[in-house]
Design a protein around this ligand. Structure first.
Ligand SMILES: *[C@@H]1O[C@H](CO)[C@@H](O)[C@H](O)[C@H]1NC(C)=O
Length: 342
């Protein structure tokens, strides 16, 4: 049995805890005042959209799922480290809220997605986010050039600006980012060539630049990369893209379709992890390597509209792809195309 004094104490404790929680929330509020101020400023800069109605100045921005898209570090100090702004219907075209870049120094994950009315450039001040690891600004209407200052954020692991209206060149300086794992700039209006310096990425595993206006030759230095996924489709790139192949690499997907690439496919080494190879609509020549029949995971292959010749190797998965995957080459023959002349 608990003594009556003990009961009394417990009751007092209970009252104390309850009042702490309900009457004086500021004492237990985890949200850092500077972060709260920055978030409310961001809300204002976005024209107070209804999607941010949960960002209420009288509540705790770090309380789990209280403020939509806001997450805080949980160790020691509570600071906003994770911001997700997606699916906003802004009433008029607005720039990326500048306060994101100047007043949230602990951000490590920034995800901005599907805001059609988000316009204007990515400001050079993005480099103030000195702890940023994951950067996504996708499916919006961002324009201008990719800022060179990104190369100052040494913590970056992923940069994804796909599906926007970015113009200008690929910044050479990105190659100085020591930990970069992924670059995705698909579906923009980028021009110029792929910088030679990109061969010096040591950890890059995903490199996707499809549907842009990139041109020129692939630098030979890129042979040093070991990419799991490369997508350069729908550009006007030319030259020798065999640098992406190699039997010692762990490449899974190579998408080079709809370019002006010209190299001998017969000589490439094949990663045994290859799942998808799309080379259609190029000027690739030579005969298909026999090693293609050994690829266990191959589920997509399209080499149509090139200058290939000789017999399609028999075996593995190669006869499971239909004619359209081999059609319109110079003199490619054998199943599933018509038999080679003896
Ligand atoms: C292969 O590419 C050609 C275009 O060159 C396209 O018409 C065909 O549908 C593709 N085949 C498959 C199975 O995707």
């Amino acid at each position: 049995m608990i003594s009556s004094t003990m009961q009394h104490l417990l009751l007092l404790l209970l009252i104390f805890l309850t009042t702490q929680h309900f009457i004086i929330p500021s004492l237990s509020e985890k949200c850092n005042p500077q972060d709260k101020k920055a978030l409310l400023q961001i809300k204002k800069e976005l024209g107070n959209p209804t999607e941010l109605s949960s960002w209420n100045p009288t509540t705790d921005c770090c309380e789990h799922r209280k403020w939509a898209g806001v997450f805080c570090t949980e160790t020691g100090t509570y600071r906003v480290d994770n911001l997700d702004l997606s699916d906003f219907n802004l009433p008029k075209p607005l720039p990326i809220p500048p306060s994101i870049f100047t007043n949230l120094p602990y951000l490590s994950f920034l995800y901005i997605s599907r805001i059609p009315n988000l316009v204007g450039p990515i400001p050079p001040s993005i480099s103030n986010l000195a702890k940023l690891k994951y950067l996504y600004i996708i499916h919006s209407s961002i324009s201008g050039e990719i800022p060179n200052t990104l190369s100052h954020i040494k913590t970056l692991l992923t940069i994804d600006f796909s599906h926007n209206k970015l113009t200008g060149p690929l910044p050479e300086s990105l190659s100085s980012l020591p930990n970069l794992l992924g670059i995705s700039f698909d579906d923009n209006q980028l021009t110029g060539t792929i910088p030679e310096s990109y061969g010096s990425f040591s950890k890059l595993t995903s490199f996707t630049l499809s549907t842009n206006r990139l041109s020129g030759k692939i630098p030979a230095s890129l042979a040093k990369l070991n990419l799991a996924f490369v997508d350069l489709s729908q550009n006007t790139l030319e030259g020798d893209a065999s640098v992406f192949f190699g039997s010692k690499k762990s490449t899974q997907k190579i998408w080079l379709d709809r370019n002006l690439f010209s190299f001998n496919i017969g000589k490439v080494g094949l990663s045994k992890n290859l799942e998808a190879i799309d080379l259609r609509n190029n000027k690739i020549y030579g005969t298909l390597p026999k090693g293609l029949t050994k690829l266990k995971y191959l589920s997509k292959l399209n080499v149509s509209n090139n200058d290939l010749c000789g017999e399609i190797p028999v075996g593995g998965k190669l006869q499971r792809f239909d004619e359209s995957c081999y059609a319109h080459n110079r003199c490619l023959c054998g199943s599933p195309l018509r038999a080679c002349k003896a």
